[in-house]
Design a protein around this ligand. Structure first.
Ligand SMILES: Cc1ncc(COP(=O)(O)O)c(C=O)c1O
Length: 418
């Protein structure tokens, strides 16, 4: 590592709170699906942040939109109206169903809005509990870690926010039914668990949850922060999961949170609420200074325009087939390292074989293999101890998918497998 990189790391070590485990990589700039470190080494970026850079790095239309909007108006508070926020809410609503949107700055904050919605919804009947899933991830705010079904995010932060002590196994309808009690107001799940290891909800689970929520007068809330925004090939993951499923035409969650890809790297989050509940959060009930500002909304509108004009939903599906097939072949050829492929669209994971003894050593297999991929020039994202995720830009090309597969094979070869 060069002197500049060492200096940057040193400044971090001295002045930045060490709450992140960082890889030993100092990044400099990006272009499309590639990113460079300060040594000038190029990487194929199949993490896209963590499913954020939906159009890759430095997309010219996003750069131009940022520049133009910055010249007009970067910020105005939510004390006033401006065109972009309304238009973005209309575009999002048009992709889901009649309802309304609120804009925040991040995914965790989008979910905070869902918790407040559920609290208001259940308030007059004394209900405030939200059932969430084991292995889920909903962000790092105090309520976010309470909602998240993973112990590691909660350590040392008790007492936790009340109303989230019901974590049920994912895709297990009977467990949800058993968890519903007199204080339950809502159920919150991811359409595809991301941090939990790329685990899609089954169609039966989604339809069953809707039925349970109808029967018990609960809100069905979906966290689409990672799996939404066309990552699966449809705007929301549930739309893709339920495509062509009999009886699914009427399916609709009551509220949906989103972030990550919405601004393709510009910080923005938000949530959509279905028509009958869209006015529960009335004037004075919820707010944020920056959320839905002119710059963020201009970028988000451009992101949607590019996705549509460049038919990126179709690209996601075509590239997914290619990528999945290639990863499947690799896992068949190298069973000592790879256990199998999971996921949908461009939210893919490979599970690592932690039984074969290849991944010995103190750090989890997912970190070891992510490092091995980085060493051959490919960026990926670990999930849990034994899954490595690929969350590339939605405009990734066939050639880049093929490059990703051959780099993965190169990383496999570094373990001496034949
Ligand atoms: C499903 C899900 N929800 C919420 C969050 C939190 O989003 P943010 O990091 O923008 O607060 C994440 C982040 O990884 C996520 O994957």
């Amino acid at each position: 590592m060069n002197n500049k990189a060492e200096q940057i790391k040193e400044t971090f070590n001295q002045y930045v709170i060490p709450s992140y485990g960082r890889f030993d990589l100092v990044l400099s700039h990006g272009q499309g699906c590639y990113i460079w470190d300060t040594d000038g080494r190029r990487y194929l970026d199949l993490g896209a942040g963590i499913a954020v850079s939906a159009l890759g790095h430095a997309h010219p239309l996003i750069v131009e939109t940022l520049r133009r909007q910055a010249q007009r108006m970067i910020h105005t508070s939510n004390l006033y109206y401006h065109q972009g926020q309304g238009l973005l809410a209309k575009e999002i609503t048009g992709r889901i169903a009649p309802g309304k949107c609120f804009f925040s700055n991040s995914g965790a904050e989008a979910n905070e809005g869902l918790y407040k919605l559920a609290r208001r919804f259940g308030h007059d009947s004394g209900r405030y509990e939200i059932i969430t899933a084991l292995n889920s991830f909903h962000g790092r705010t105090l309520a976010g870690i309470a909602a998240t079904g993973q112990e590691k995010v909660k350590t040392g932060f008790d007492p936790l926010v009340e109303g989230f002590n019901n974590y049920v196994p994912f895709n297990d309808l009977a467990a949800v039914e058993a968890a519903i009690g007199p204080r339950t107001a809502a159920i919150l799940i991811e359409g595809v668990q991301g941090e939990g290891g790329i685990e899609p909800a089954s169609p039966e689970y989604l339809l069953g949850l809707r039925k349970l929520c109808n029967e018990h007068n609960l809100l069905l809330m979906m966290d689409e922060v990672q799996c939404g925004y066309y990552r699966t090939g449809s705007y929301c993951s549930f739309q893709e999961i339920l495509k062509d499923v009999a009886g699914a035409e009427e399916f609709l969650p009551d509220a949906i949170s989103m972030a990550k890809g919405i601004g393709a790297g510009f910080p923005l989050g938000g949530f959509w609420v279905r028509a009958p509940y869209a006015d529960i959060l009335g004037p004075g009930s919820h707010a944020t200074t920056y959320g839905g500002g002119p710059l963020a909304c201009a970028v988000a509108l451009k992101v949607l325009e590019v996705i549509q004009k460049e038919s990126l939903a179709e690209n996601v599906k075509a590239m997914s087939r290619l990528f999945k097939e290639g990863l499947r072949e690799l896992s068949e050829r190298y069973p000592d390292l790879l256990g199998g492929v999971r996921g949908m669209g461009l939210m893919l994971g490979i599970s690592l074989n932690t039984e074969s003894g290849v991944f010995s050593g103190a750090s989890p297999a997912s970190i070891q293999f992510t490092n091995a991929l980085r060493q051959v020039g490919l960026l990926s994202v670990p999930a849990g101890g034994s899954i490595v995720r690929f969350l590339p830009p939605l405009n990734i090309t066939r050639q880049q998918v093929e490059e990703g597969l051959s780099l993965t094979e190169k990383a496999i070869a570094s373990y001496g497998s034949s």
